[in-house]
Design a protein around this ligand. Structure first.
Ligand code: OFO
Length: 174
């Protein structure tokens, strides 16, 4: 059985992960509206990864005999000044999520909840990857600046991303 304080914090994290999915889906919609279908594809895959993250917390709560309570999801922004600004916002959001995961680790340590702590280690590693990928996208877009050709190349590159369905609860995607 999981302590109430931990399960409440995990329910809150489901909300954060679902907001991440919502945010990236909104960015994908905006990219499509600008004809940047490759960047939209990358963000659509990211949306599915975020859903998988939310489901990891969902499953953990259920497995520990507690109750999932879905909380309200805020409306995300719908427009950005440029693809660069959108990806900068994505990086800032990932840094925010890393802070939330770190807080959960601190809580699980305080409560001596070793099972939760073990599950959270996957997220610690995942956030390193999430921030690194988001940061690379920002760097690429900063490099191409206003070049239409450069933007098209980045669009093609990001469009190659495909979603890998997690094969077990220990895998959350690529
Ligand atoms: Fe769930 O890692 Fe991004 O937000």
């Amino acid at each position: 059985m999981i302590k109430k304080e931990v399960s409440s914090a995990f329910n809150k994290q489901i909300q954060h992960e679902l907001y991440s999915a919502y945010l990236y889906l909104s960015m994908a919609a905006w990219m499509h509206s600008k004809g940047l279908d490759g960047m939209a594809q990358w963000l659509r895959v990211q949306t599915m990864e975020e859903m998988a993250h939310a489901m990891k917390f969902f499953d953990h709560i259920i497995e520990r005999d507690a109750t999932v309570e879905l909380l309200e999801i805020e409306k995300p922004p719908t427009t950005w000044e440029s693809p660069l600004e959108a990806f900068k916002a994505a990086l800032g959001h990932e840094q925010f999520i890393t802070g939330k995961i770190n807080d959960l680790v601190t809580l699980s340590n305080k409560e001596s909840d070793y099972a939760s702590n073990s599950m959270l280690q996957w997220f610690i590693d995942e956030q390193v990857e999430e921030e690194s990928t988001a940061s690379k996208n920002v760097q690429m877009l900063e490099m191409v600046g206003d070049s239409g050709n450069g933007l098209m190349m980045v669009d093609r590159d990001l469009g190659a991303r495909a979603f890998k369905m997690p094969s077990s609860k220990d895998e959350g995607g690529e």
